[in-house]
Design a protein around this ligand. Structure first.
Ligand code: ADA
Length: 563
């Protein structure tokens, strides 16, 4: 499936799954190996390509009965070039954001679709660098083919704001057309029993952004314990004839920051949960839907209400599940641990801006997303780095002023960006990594950082502990509780959660991490990552529980969701 619910009643959208041909390419572009792969998947799950880093060509025959098409790629890792009957029709960088490729003037019948994916680390890729999670290769998220008329709806954003007597709703939609055929186009949208009319559409360069508004005095609001969802259905008419539609699922909820408090629908929340990478055993980042669902059920069973999509935008099916199951989500742009030199890569600013734009435009409607994050542990302590943070914060505010923005920092006493964010987020590892040579208890560690932050900001802000945790090798038990034993991981997790949740100043804790994940072979810290995995999961890479799972469950279930 592309999403976890039906998104069209009119538009013809076919998922291009099944078995595709896969050929690896050498540096000259010649075929060096032939395979087949089920789409979506990472090529690391193809026998013989478990460690492959390079380029590979996927091909499949498709048949169409429309001259106007749109290909939907939910994710190609990390760079994709798209060809139809040998003609280059699209290019996209970033494994973690979706993109579409419209094509006009196609003939009815059979066509050859080819995709060249590339997961090499080169200067052309500023965000995928050898890292503490693996940049897998291939078409790792679903692909669809849409057969369209002359015009279609590109997106629909539903903006809900609470008013004194209910909710005000603004619909913002983008409509595109292939050619100016002198037709007249109109649009309606319906939601919770009301239908609004957008009036006649005026195109500029064959696209139009249109708006309409309405109000609701009584709706069922979205909160984790009552994750009420509504379908907003937008319809496009050409000369009065219904030609295209899009369904989006939305929730009525607002987020406010009040001093140190995070308020969702007026309730002060305490976020308790996990950082989660998209990674599952030998399947890599092409995590199947049932595993996504399983992950959320495991997370819920610990008493958690919160997931951070470290360190990139996630597969939208996962966000759909978070909406349905009532999780709070921090979704993050793509960047982990980039130093100033990496941030000075000439591609960095554009590739980051594209990623943020694609994340917000595509995921705007998810009620589960309550925080946008950027630039995990990048160079927030240098003047140049701070300039980049400012640009990204400004971009986020422009795209979506309704959600608070944050960034997880490890530059605790040097960060130049305190004050730019709406929520302060600290990655701290007391009892695992030393800090300036010291091994402070969790709360003492936090307080030393907070004292410094208070000298940098003029008004109070909420604080989240965005990462804390300890590693354990699954199955390794030791009376001595030495490092890497499950016993030591339990000790650390218990102390972390009990101490940090006792502070009134802290609005949330995200454990690093939910499940063990594979890292890149050439990540600089590989020698502290046994099995070439980051082993700080409370379940292993196949979701077998470590003892830490039970410890977190014991602690989290005692903490209230609302303060
Ligand atoms: C950092 C980083 C994580 C992970 C973690 C660790 O805080 O944000 O991606 O690498 O450290 O395990 O050390």
């Amino acid at each position: 499936m592309i999403r976890m619910f039906e998104t069209h009643e009119k538009r013809i959208q076919k998922e291009l799954g099944g078995l595709w041909k896969l050929e690896t390419l050498d540096s000259e572009g010649n075929i060096s190996g032939s395979y087949t792969a089920v789409i979506p998947s990472c090529w690391e799950s193809v026998i013989g390509l478990e460690d492959y880093r390079g380029r590979a060509k996927y091909s499949v025959n498709i048949s169409t009965s429309s001259k106007n098409l749109r290909f939907v790629f939910k994710g190609i890792s990390h760079t994709g070039d798209i060809y139809l009957d040998g003609k280059h029709i699209g290019h996209h960088y970033n494994a973690y954001t979706p993109f579409t490729v419209p094509v006009s003037g196609c003939t009815e019948g059979e066509h050859l679709l080819e995709v060249i994916a590339d997961n090499r680390f080169t200067p052309d890729s500023s965000l995928h660098v050898p890292n503490d999670y693996r940049t897998y290769g291939g078409i790792n998220r679903p692909v669809a083919l849409e057969e369209l008329g002359n015009a279609y709806i590109e997106y629909l954003h539903v903006k809900n704001t609470r008013s004194d007597d209910g909710w005000k709703t603004q619909f913002v939609a983008k409509v595109c057309r292939f050619e100016d055929n002198r037709s007249s186009y109109t649009v309606t949208a319906s939601l919770a029993g009301k239908t609004v009319d957008f009036g006649n559409i005026v195109f500029e360069d064959n696209s139009a952004i249109i708006t309409a508004s309405t109000e609701f005095d009584s709706v069922n609001e979205w909160l984790p314990e009552t994750p009420n969802l509504y379908i907003a259905h937008i319809k496009l008419f050409e000369n009065g004839e219904y030609i295209d539609d899009l369904k989006e699922r939305i929730g009525f909820r607002d987020i406010k920051i009040d001093g140190e408090k995070i308020l969702v629908n007026g309730k002060q929340v305490f976020l308790k949960g996990f950082n989660r990478h998209e990674d599952y055993g030998t399947l890599g980042s092409a995590v199947p839907e049932n595993v996504m669902n399983y992950d959320l059920d495991i997370i819920a069973s610990t008493g958690s209400n919160f997931v951070r999509t470290c360190h990139y935008p996630n597969d939208e099916r996962f966000l759909d599940l978070c909406d349905e199951k009532g999780f709070f989500v921090w979704e993050e742009g793509h960047a982990r641990g980039l130093n100033e030199e990496r941030m000075k890569n000439p591609n960095f600013r554009k590739q980051s801006a594209d990623c943020i734009e694609e994340m917000v435009l595509n995921h705007f409607n998810h009620p589960s997303i309550i925080i946008w994050g950027i630039l995990n542990e990048c160079a927030s302590h240098t003047e140049y780095g701070a300039e980049c943070y400012k640009l990204q914060y400004d971009q986020l505010k422009e795209l979506d002023p309704s959600r608070p923005r944050t960034s997880a920092t490890c530059q605790h006493l040097k960060d130049l960006c305190y004050g730019m964010e709406d929520i302060i987020s600290l990655n701290i590892y007391p009892r695992w990594y030393t800090w300036y040579g010291n091994d402070y208890a969790p709360l003492e560690h936090y307080k030393k950082i907070k004292e410094y932050i208070d000298t940098c900001i003029s008004s109070p802000k909420p604080v989240i502990i965005s990462e804390c945790g300890a590693a354990a090798i699954y199955g390794y038990r030791a009376f001595s509780h030495v490092k890497w034993s499950e016993d030591r991981q339990c000790d650390v997790l218990k102390e972390l959660i009990e101490e940090l949740s006792s502070s009134d100043e802290i609005s949330g804790i995200a454990i690093w991490q939910f499940a063990d994940c594979r890292i890149d072979d050439d990540f600089r810290d590989w020698n502290s990552r046994p099995k070439t995995q980051n082993n700080k999961g409370i379940v292993d890479i196949y979701r077998n529980p470590k003892q830490g799972y039970y410890t977190v469950k014991d602690c989290f279930t005692k903490i209230k969701e609302y303060k």
